[in-house]
Design a protein around this ligand. Structure first.
Ligand code: GDP
Length: 734
């Protein structure tokens, strides 16, 4: 025995996993018959278990593509009998009632409005009791259309069956013995596609319902000859079969034995045997000469054997055709693989490893943006902004601002002679800076930079294809940052603590701070001038701007007067004067109609900038002055230079500790987390899924897979052909 069917069924399984191209399909046995003809009973007798959906309304709504795999008894590693629904995963279903429930559910997933779907349910049953067969159970033909089974449904079922009864499939036409064969929908359908019956087997069920004589004459098939013949069966299981034993907790009994016993009782009984068995098999009960036995086939067992033989023959006949088709597909796949990928093989594992490596390399490149000097200059810029804010708040907004610049110019004045007002002001400014939450702010700033870096890594190629993994990267990097953030901020804050009390400045530091401050002021001045120029341009020239500004000053003066009058002047003054001024308030502003509110707003802004510019210029001059160049002891005269030195010291210290506590830790941990959370954490399936998320890789893998499988199939087919050739001489001669 070549076991051609078994091997081809395996091949079929492989081909199905690539695609379902009709060209590659191997023959199956397609079971058709009218409703209640006994179709399910026949299939269940072959499988040996009740497993098909049962019920009052039509139960088979989708084709069930059933693959029976004969597994030898001695395989102790897996359960003796089980079913697998490939579409639901590789899980083994060991109980037949559970298979039945799943089939019913899959059937009912077709809405009753559609009633019949051509989308097949795939089911594999492995058992030592089944032959190697591929069977397709189809919805039963409807004989009489009624309210709940309309004409359209009848058509639909018929069309679905027509799709399946095409070559090279073998048709199993199920007809009940007690119904005239002339009325058999199954035979009618078969005759349309297979007029000679060369690939149709008739199964006549319910033989027990007609007399042996009538039954035997049906099986002879004189009226509707079929080349492959008819097999008569009695498949009805004894009522309540199985359920009682299952209820008692035992294993589901095998149906086949029960059916076989029943059939033996029926076909082999004293009065029937002569119609169904040849004398040799009948033993002693030899009788009349009208013996027609020997020419008919009966029994489920015979049916099984017949099916195996017919399928084997059909497979053999199709072998060369299939081999050719596979060969063509393989050539095409190999050609494409060569042309598109130059025969370069890839694996999902390699892709994951490459992706991770590339990620680490890019991470490493990115980290070069976080060297100490770079971090320090970022922090310094942030602190410089703070210094400007503090200066604005404490000095520029001070009415006495101009006074400090003037005092600075007085050469005889010693630092100790300076009014305490300015000394306190400097202390306040310094402590505003050192106590502004430098630890938190500087750590935050660097952490934000890191976050931005990770985001740009995780949203760049190829992670655009891998949103889940990208999310993972973002999550675990955030987690590392979160963990380090508090510690780092505290550490930094702790280390800058001495500066909150005293900042010692040497000559060199002072000069650097002074120069830096001078540059900062020059920049601030040019920014201010730029803004002013913009407004001038908008307003329409220097003259227009200056008249607008003097108008704004006018209003401001008037507003100030009005306030003074309403709340009383500091100098008192008599009430009559006040009254006169109150009247004057009513006098209209001469130029008020000339400007729109937007222009007035511009004017106010311009006034502000030119005031600011005056202060900035005065301070810029002071910073360049001899006094400021003299050294740190002049700090109260030159708060800008002093604060710049403090900012520099804060930036330096912060950078040192942020580097140790945050950056070094992060740069060490991140690549390791990539390994443990991506490289080692993904299981085989996740790796395959990950690789296939990238369409380029997916295409490559799919083609490679297809080629591999076709090669594997081709090898199997060739070894089958070789084996057949060895056997050929004997079988052709016989
Ligand atoms: P299906 O609708 O074609 O699948 O038919 P079923 O297999 O469900 O059978 C329809 C009815 O016929 C059921 O009540 C079966 O018990 C009964 N039946 C099936 N085979 C036989 C048989 O060989 N003899 C008798 N007497 N009844 C049978």
């Amino acid at each position: 025995l070549l076991q051609l069917t078994k091997k081809l069924i395996e091949i079929r399984q492989v081909l199905l996993s690539i695609d379902q191209s009709e060209a590659l399909k191997l023959p199956s046995i397609v079971v058709i018959g009218s409703q209640s003809s006994g179709k399910s009973s026949v299939l269940e007798a072959i499988v040996g278990h009740e497993f098909l959906p049962k019920g009052d309304n039509m139960v088979t709504r989708r084709p069930i593509e059933l693959t029976l795999v004969h597994t030898p008894h001695d395989d102790t590693t897996s359960p003796p009998e089980y079913g697998v629904f490939p579409s639901l995963g590789a899980q083994k279903v060991t109980s037949f009632p559970a298979i039945q429930r799943t089939l019913t559910e899959l059937n009912q997933s077709v809405p009753s409005s559609i009633a019949v779907s051509s989308d097949p349910i795939y089911l594999r049953i492995h058992s030592p009791h089944v032959p190697d067969l591929t069977l397709v159970d189809l919805p039963g033909y409807i004989q009489i259309s009624s309210m709940d089974q309309p004409e359209a449904l009848k058509e639909k079922i018929s069309e679905l069956c027509d799709k399946y009864i095409q070559e090279p499939n073998i048709i199993l036409a199920v007809c009940a013995a007690d119904v005239d064969l002339a009325n058999s929908a199954a035979l009618r359908a078969s005759r349309r596609v297979d007029p000679l019956g060369s690939r149709t087997i008739g199964v006549v069920t319910k033989m027990d319902l007609v007399s042996a004589e009538v039954g035997a004459s049906i099986l002879k098939g004189n009226r509707y000859p079929l080349h492959l013949g008819y097999v008569g069966v009695v498949c009805k299981a004894p009522t309540g079969f199985g359920s009682a034993r299952i209820r008692r907790g035992g294993e589901a009994p095998n149906l086949t034995g029960a059916v076989l016993r029943r059939e033996k009782e029926f076909f082999g009984s004293a009065e029937n045997a002569r119609f169904f068995y040849p004398p040799s098999e009948r033993g002693s009960s030899r009788s009349s000469s009208d013996d027609m036995a020997g020419k008919v086939m009966v029994g489920t067992d015979t049916l099984r054997k017949r099916l195996m033989a017919v399928l084997e023959t059909s497979m053999a006949a199709n072998l060369s055709g299939i081999t050719n088709a596979v060969q063509l597909e393989l050539e095409e796949a190999s050609y494409q693989f060569k042309v598109q990928y130059n025969d370069r093989r890839i694996t999902p594992e390699a892709y994951v490893a490459e992706t991770v490596d590339a990620l680490k390399v890019r991470f490493k490149e990115f980290t070069s943006q976080f060297t100490k000097p770079q971090v320090r200059s970022k922090l310094k810029a942030m602190l410089d902004d703070k210094v400007m804010d503090i200066l604005e708040q404490l000095y520029w907004a001070d009415q006495r601002a101009a006074e400090l610049s003037r005092l600075g110019e007085d050469k005889r004045l010693q630092p100790d002679d300076l009014d305490n007002y300015w000394k306190y002001k400097l202390d306040t400014a310094s402590s505003l800076l050192t106590k502004s939450g430098v630890g938190r702010d500087s750590t935050q700033l660097v952490a934000e930079g890191l976050r931005g870096l990770i985001d740009s890594l995780a949203t760049g190629e190829p992670f655009t294809f891998h949103p889940e993994v990208a999310e993972r990267i973002i999550q675990f990097s955030r987690a590392i940052l979160r963990e380090r953030l508090g510690v780092t901020a505290d550490q930094v804050e702790n280390c800058i603590k001495p500066y909150k009390y005293e900042v010692e400045v040497d000559e060199r530091e002072w000069e650097i701070g002074r120069q830096h401050s001078e540059e900062a002021f020059a920049m601030e001045i040019s920014r201010c001038e730029g803004k002013l120029a913009d407004i001038k341009k908008k307003v329409g020239g220097t003259r227009k701007l200056s008249s607008l500004v003097s108008f704004v000053h006018d209003i401001e003066r008037r507003d100030a007067e009005r306030t003074r009058r309403r709340f009383g002047s500091f100098g008192g003054g008599d009430s009559e004067e006040n009254a006169a001024e109150a009247n004057a308030e009513e006098a209209p502003l001469p130029d008020s109609y000339k400007y729109s509110p937007a222009q007035v707003a511009d004017g106010r802004l311009a006034a502000l900038f030119s005031d600011r510019l005056a202060i900035l210029k005065a301070r810029h001059k002071a910073l360049q002055s001899k006094r400021c160049r003299m050294g740190p002891e002049q700090k109260a005269f030159c708060p800008e230079a002093f604060l710049s030195v403090v900012a520099e010291k804060l930036a330096y210290t912060s950078t040192m500790f942020i580097n140790i506590e945050l950056l070094e830790q992060f740069f060490y941990q991140f690549p390791r987390e990539i390994d443990s959370r991506i490289l080692y954490d993904l299981d085989r399936n996740e790796i395959a899924k990950f690789a296939r998320e990238n369409p380029v890789v997916k295409r490559h893998l799919d083609l490679q897979d297809r080629k591999d499988k076709l090669e594997q199939v081709m090898r199997s087919l060739q070894s089958l052909a070789n084996m057949r050739q060895e056997k050929e001489p004997r079988s052709t001669r016989s």
